[in-house]
Design a protein around this ligand. Structure first.
Ligand SMILES: [Cu+2]
Length: 441
């Protein structure tokens, strides 16, 4: 990847005119996309109907398709009585429309509506979801049904595949699993809004190349997925093409992450594409893949041990020195119920500053005994060093920082305005693990 490509992937120059136009009032022209938030009852499987808030009456919300650089008007109609907000995850769009109140995007009040206008970029597998605080209320934010996939099509050049299948993970019926109330577990799991065995199977034919666009829309759970008899060719992470597409036996995906994987359908049968964990799979975390003409029950085979490593999809590393390097230290506070960045918990965290128009390095230093999938809004970053290992060509907007280790990422600071940085684990984000990135004056 050369410098120009790096700039085009990681940088979006946002003009002040674009900012002024960003949050227009609803006009007479019809919206390109309408998202209607309402309370719904969703049948995940027999005997498992849950009440939640969802987009357009469905869980997940509709798969939205946009074209890179083609401006869209999105109407958000909130039919609930609570203020809500829709975040466009993985987009380089202005803070007024990005969908984080901490950046200045307005909430959509209960029984109100608001139009958001933006120019989708960059292309790739993106998503949209609630960005409201849930705190101790496990019915709100990403614990709810407010999530969906959004695909930004490139202006030109399409990937080669025969069939595209979204795979969207979520959990339901959450509860606090420890006396201290500092971890959340779930009774029910779903893919594409259905428990394993309850929805329609994914129907494939032998020798097809299937692009699975996998999205972990979980509030808190990292997942590992396998499809017995098949391997995954990883072509993109968080929607961004990787430097070194490689084949792996399973997918490891943290909350907020996306993986685009091509699977050659060369093992006829009926298979469970599912979570490695037996309890989660038994409670819904899977989907059936059915070859044309195959019969019998769906098969599961426990995958061999495998260690997921982002750097397997990267190059050798080696970068110019950044204009600035920003250390960000993650630590638990008190009894572990509150998280801190550089010693302070949100809303008291200090903003951190990057040099406009330049390469900036963020140095994540995780001094806790948990891994954290950290997310930066409105920017794409390139992993430059992962747990000590240099790499390049892996562009992401969420990266798992393993416990007791450091991860370094570079970003081009080309999207002025505040950008939210936080752990995508809702129970961490809501309890202090959040800070604003600002551009130096
Ligand atoms: Cu976290």
């Amino acid at each position: 990847m050369n410098r120009r490509e790096f700039l085009s992937l990681t940088g979006t120059i946002v003009s002040s005119a674009a900012l002024a136009r960003a949050a227009d009032a609803p006009g007479d022209a019809p919206a390109d996309i309408t998202l209607r938030l309402s309370e719904v009852a969703i049948e995940l499987g027999q005997g498992h109907t849950i009440k939640t808030v969802a987009y357009n009456g469905k869980v997940p919300g509709p798969v939205l398709r946009m074209t890179e650089d083609k401006r869209v008007a999105v109407d958000v109609i909130n039919e609930t009585s609570n203020p809500e907000i829709v975040h466009w995850h993985g987009y380089h769009i202005p803070p007024e429309v990005d969908g984080a109140m901490e950046e200045g995007t307005p909430m959509v009040q209960g029984h109100d509506r608001r139009r958001f206008m933006f120019t989708p970029q960059p292309s790739g597998t993106r998503w949209y979801h609630a960005h409201a605080m849930a705190g101790q209320d496990l019915s709100k934010g990403l614990y709810s049904g407010q999530f969906g996939m959004a695909i930004v099509e490139p202006r030109s050049g399409a990937a080669r595949y025969d069939l595209e299948v979204p795979i969207i993970l979520h959990e339901w019926d959450p509860f606090f699993s420890t006396d201290k109330g500092n971890d959340v577990e779930y009774n029910v799991f779903s893919i594409n809004g259905k428990m394993l065995g309850s929805g329609e199977p994914v129907r494939v034919k032998g020798s097809q190349r299937v692009l699975f666009r996998v999205l972990n829309a979980s509030a808190t759970v990292q997942h590992r997925l396998a499809l017995p008899g098949h391997t995954f060719e990883i072509v993109a992470l968080d929607g961004n093409a990787v430097a070194n597409p490689g084949k792996v036996p399973l997918l490891d995906i943290a909350p907020g992450e996306r993986i685009d994987a091509i699977v050659e359908m060369d093992a006829p049968g009926i298979w469970i594409f599912g979570e490695e964990d037996d309890r989660q799979r038994a409670n819904g975390a899977g989907i059936v893949i059915e070859y044309a003409g195959a019969t019998g029950p769906a098969q599961w085979v426990k995958p061999a041990p495998f260690v997921w490593d982002y750097t397997a999809f990267g190059g050798k590393g080696g970068f110019p020195e950044p204009a600035a390097a920003v250390p960000l230290v993650f630590e638990p506070r008190f009894d572990g119920n509150l998280w801190a960045i550089n010693g302070k918990s949100f809303p008291n965290t200090d903003p951190f500053f990057v040099v406009p128009g330049a390469r900036n390095r963020l140095v994540f230093d995780n001094r806790s005994d948990m891994s954290h999938p950290v997310h930066l809004h409105r920017h794409t970053f390139e992993i430059t060093r992962y747990a000590g290992k240099p790499t390049s060509g892996v562009f992401k907007d969420v990266v798992v920082v393993p416990k007791r280790s450091t991860v370094e990422v570079d970003l081009m600071a080309n999207a002025p305005g505040p950008s939210l940085f936080h752990c995508h684990q809702q129970f961490h984000m809501d309890f202090g693990f959040m800070a604003l990135m600002q551009y130096r004056a």
